[in-house]
Ligand binder design. Structure first.
Ligand code: OOG
Ligand code: NI
Length: 458
């Protein structure tokens, strides 16, 4: 009997991302307002900048812009992380990068599950920033053991989701009906629960230790805590937020505004206070917030080192965590320090600071098979036979992520942990290694060069 055709993991991810966005819009109406504001802003920016529209068309990004989202979850145990990794694998998402947030006072370490090939990213760029709580950082042994017991008791996946993950692994894929069932079942893991699993007093104790610990330990599952659309002009959206009833955090995380955006800029609005039924009383909890992001070019190790150096110098000079009171000075210091980072693509490329994609131009295609077609990439570029586009950064930034966490946890939540970063332990929990994002960008860049050569040098 012929096997039924499998749906591609890209299609499953696309369907899942849409279902998640619909669920979140139903649950958090402010997210819907944010989506509208971002869509309006993007349309206006594209209308006013034909050049930008043309660039986005060439790389295909214009099609993915409106569907682009990232979300975040926080897990409690190694077993949960291992299983979520298998769940995401069904949708073609792999763990990329390791982020240690403990130096910034957030007791988690994290990775980002996402598609890795440029074609898959084009089909659906959906990503999930996934954190694992570091329970060993709870100092009080009784509270730590309470947290461990509470987490050991819960099961964050439905039996249906677990069965379909196994089936997908055994059969190397799912058919259309099973893919739909998988999306429905998988979504349950990310749903919000109005009922906590602990008493109001237990919640208070966990929360006093760290609000993040309460957010993970006191609930049945790792509710999605935000979904982030991508904007083409984050400053415009930030400025327009208050008029739409949304109060943004004090500063935009990441690099300053530039002519040629680099890496990632992000801003968020504060988590909503939501009613919760503890096992013995009514109360409230805040976890779910809104965020927007603007993505720029991915940086090479050299470019990233320069970025980190300039960011650290700015923060050292500011001498404090950026907040309402020092926001203007922070922005001014950022502008000043980042003068040292070239703000045009040609210089960034020549100095090896960023990754790019290469495309055959109409002129290059017309010269195919002609004796005067240049033979090297550099010569093809100089002749205008190959065109260059920045390769978009697909990942996250640890300092920014910590800033987003902190703004939602409140300034009182700042803690100082002496613990070391522990990638090995994280990967043991995950059951596999995390991928190196820089290698992925390098591969995409190289594939685009190879393709130019293949097409132009016949
Ligand atoms: C994740 C915060 C980090 C980002 O975009 O950097 C993040 C969380 O609050 O769980 O979402
Ligand atoms: Ni985020």
């Amino acid at each position: 009997m012929p096997a039924t055709a499998h749906v591609s993991p890209d299609e499953i991810r696309k369907g899942f991302s849409r279902a998640m966005s619909d669920m979140y819009r139903d649950e958090v109406p402010l997210y819907g307002s944010l989506l509208e504001l971002v869509a309006q802003t993007n349309a206006r920016v594209l209308e006013g900048d034909q050049g930008l529209a043309e660039h986005l068309r060439r790389t295909g990004e214009i099609q993915r812009l409106g569907m682009e989202r990232h979300g975040a979850i926080r897990l409690g145990t190694a077993a949960e992380l291992a299983t979520i990794s298998r769940l995401f694998a069904v949708m073609g998402m792999q763990p990329v990068g390791y982020y240690d947030l403990t130096p910034a006072g957030v007791p988690v370490h994290s990775t980002a599950f996402r598609a890795v090939h440029e074609q898959s990213l084009q089909a659906s760029p959906f990503r999930v920033f996934t954190s694992l709580l570091r329970l060993e950082l709870i100092e009080n042994p009784a509270l730590r053991s309470f947290a461990e017991t509470a987490l050991a008791k819960r099961s964050i996946f439905t039996p249906g989701a677990l069965a379909l993950i196994e089936q997908a692994e055994t059969d190397s894929g799912l058919d259309a009906d099973d893919a739909q069932a998988f999306i429905r079942q998988a979504l349950e893991t990310f749903r919000w629960h109005h009922n906590a699993t602990v008493t109001a007093e237990q919640y208070r104790q966990l929360s006093d230790q760290h609000r993040l610990i309460a957010d993970v330990v006191a609930f049945k599952g790792p509710h999605i805590n935000h979904l982030t659309p991508r904007t083409l002009d984050i400053d415009q959206v930030q400025a327009a937020m208050p008029a739409h009833g949304i109060t943004p955090k004090a500063v935009i995380e990441g690099p300053p505004r530039r002519h040629c955006p680099i890496l990632l800029r992000q801003t968020s609005f504060k988590a909503l206070d939501e009613p919760i039924a503890f096992t013995d009383a009514q109360g409230s909890h805040s976890a779910r917030f809104g965020e927007i992001e603007q993505r720029g070019v991915a940086l090479t190790p050299k470019g990233r080192a320069l970025y980190d150096q300039l960011l650290n110098a700015t923060r050292d000079e500011l001498g404090a965590f950026p907040n309402e009171a020092n926001a203007a000075r922070y922005e001014q210091l950022m502008e000043q320090h980042f003068q040292a980072f070239p703000d045009n693509h040609a210089q960034m490329r020549e100095q090896g600071l960023a990754y790019f994609r290469y495309f055959p131009s109409a002129q290059g295609l017309a010269a195919r098979g002609q004796p005067d077609q240049p033979r090297t990439l550099q010569a093809l570029l100089s002749a205008g036979h190959v065109e260059v586009e920045p390769l978009v950064y697909e990942d996250f930034l640890p300092v920014s992520a910590a800033g987003i966490f902190q703004s939602n946890l409140g300034d009182t939540a700042q803690s100082h942990y002496a613990a070391h970063s522990n990638r090995t332990e994280f990967e043991q929990a995950l059951g596999r290694c995390t991928l190196d994002e820089l290698q992925l960008y390098g591969e995409t860049q190289q594939r685009s060069v190879d393709e130019c050569m293949r097409v132009l040098l016949v």
